[in-house]
Structure formats: structure tokens, C-alpha cells
Design a binder for this molecule. Structure first.
Ligand code: IMP
Length: 191
């Protein structure tokens, strides 16, 4: 079986490649000649994941899955959420995003947050969605140099290290995207 993973994010591709069963060949957007920006204009994480998967099916004809992820901070009523990538502006700069979040939470005692990933799968003409959540907290300064995005300031529950300090295998095991991918894999294996 061939499946397109609709992302241009090499970090995500690397995370997901290690989790997909070997009988499934994962194709990247580059592999199918897609070099355009796929629209992500919905108001929810789930809406964006569905929009991306539908776009690839409609425009390129491939069965595919797309993910969308957001960081939801309780003290900010779920922000940045669906706007996580552009939190500090259109340049989508991870450091600027983290700095803005740390500023917003300055002197805030409640620092609980969760990462949420929704994967939308277009398979044989049907749409399916899978959700993975990882709860934790936003620490007060960046720690670690692995991972990407908000990883250096997110510490999962029951850990004293951030996502940027643990191995990729560990992040996949307990993380939001890993959990959503595990549900996707269970579903694909049951087909
Ligand atoms: P998107 O799913 O690529 O739209 O990601 C939205 C935002 O969340 C971007 O700023 C990403 O860098 C960030 N993000 C997505 N997944 C992760 C993750 O696993 N760790 C840290 N940040 C992430």
C-alpha cells in the first residue's frame, strides 16, 4: 500500500516514518511533485487536518493522511491552539513563538498545557480522523536542543525533562503525534 504523508516538515516525516508498518510505503509531498503551500484556513486543528488531506486527494488523486498540531495552554483559554505556527507572526519562527508564550505566561502560576494532534486519513474514498493528546506544562525557560517547534519549553507530565531533551523514540512513545499515529497504524493494520 502507498500512502502520502501530506507534510513538508522533515521532522514530522522522520517521526512518523519510524512508526508506520513496513508494508506501507510512505510518500512525501516531494515524491508526488507537490511543491505548493497546502491551504490551512480552518478555525480548528481537526478542520485543518481534514482540509489538507482532502486537498491532496482532490488535486493529486492519492490516498493520504495529513496532521495538524496545536499547543493548547489552559491559562490562555487554549491559545495558541490552531494558531500555534503563526503565534508570533507570519514568519513562523519557533524561537519567537516560544518567547511570546513565555512572556504571556510570566507570573502565571497555572502553566498546564497540552499538545493535540489530529490526523485525517483519506482512504478508499472515506475520511477517518485520529486524535492524540499529550498533557504537560510550559516551563519558565528553554531547555534542550532536540526536537522542534515548542519542544524546548514543553515538559510532559511525569517527566523532569522537556521534549527537546528526550530521545525521538521516547517522544514518539508518549507524545501527541505518536499517539495519533499509533491509532492510525492500528486502523491500517485492521484493514
Ligand atoms: P503544524 O501542525 O505543522 O501546523 O504545527 C503547528 C505549530 O506547532 C508549529 O509551530 C510547530 O512547530 C508546532 N509543533 C507541531 N508539532 C510539534 C511538536 O511535536 N513539538 C513542538 N512543537 C510542535
Amino acid at each position: 500500500m502507498q500512502l502520502v504523508f501530506a507534510t513538508n516538515n522533515l521532522n514530522k516525516l522522520k517521526e512518523v516514518q519510524g512508526l508506520i508498518p513496513q508494508h506501507i510505503t510512505l510518500l512525501s509531498l516531494k515524491d508526488i511533485g507537490c511543491f505548493e503551500d497546502i491551504p490551512e484556513t480552518q478555525q480548528t486543528i481537526k478542520g485543518n487536518a481534514i482540509q489538507k488531506a482532502n486537498y491532496i486527494k482532490e488535486h493529486y488523486g492519492y490516498d493520504c493522511f495529513a496532521d495538524d498540531t496545536g499547543l493548547e495552554v489552559d491559562a490562555l483559554n487554549g491559545a495558541p491552539g490552531v494558531y500555534s505556527a503563526r503565534y508570533a507572526g507570519e514568519q513562523r519562527d519557533a524561537n519567537a513563538n516560544m518567547n511570546k508564550l513565555l512572556n504571556e505566561l510570566e507570573s502565571q502560576p497555572n502553566r498546564t498545557a497540552q499538545f493535540k494532534t489530529v490526523i485525517a486519513l483519506q482512504l478508499n474514498g472515506k475520511l477517518h480522523t485520529f486524535t492524540g493528546i499529550c498533557e504537560g506544562e510550559i516551563i519558565t525557560s528553554k531547555k534542550g536542543n532536540k526536537g522542534f517547534g515548542y519542544d524546548p519549553i514543553f515538559q510532559p507530565n511525569d517527566y523532569s525533562e522537556t521534549f527537546a531533551e528526550i530521545s525521538l523514540e521516547e517522544k514518539n512513545r508518549i507524545g501527541h503525534r505518536g499517539k495519533a499515529v499509533q491509532l492510525l497504524v492500528q486502523f491500517l493494520n485492521s484493514k
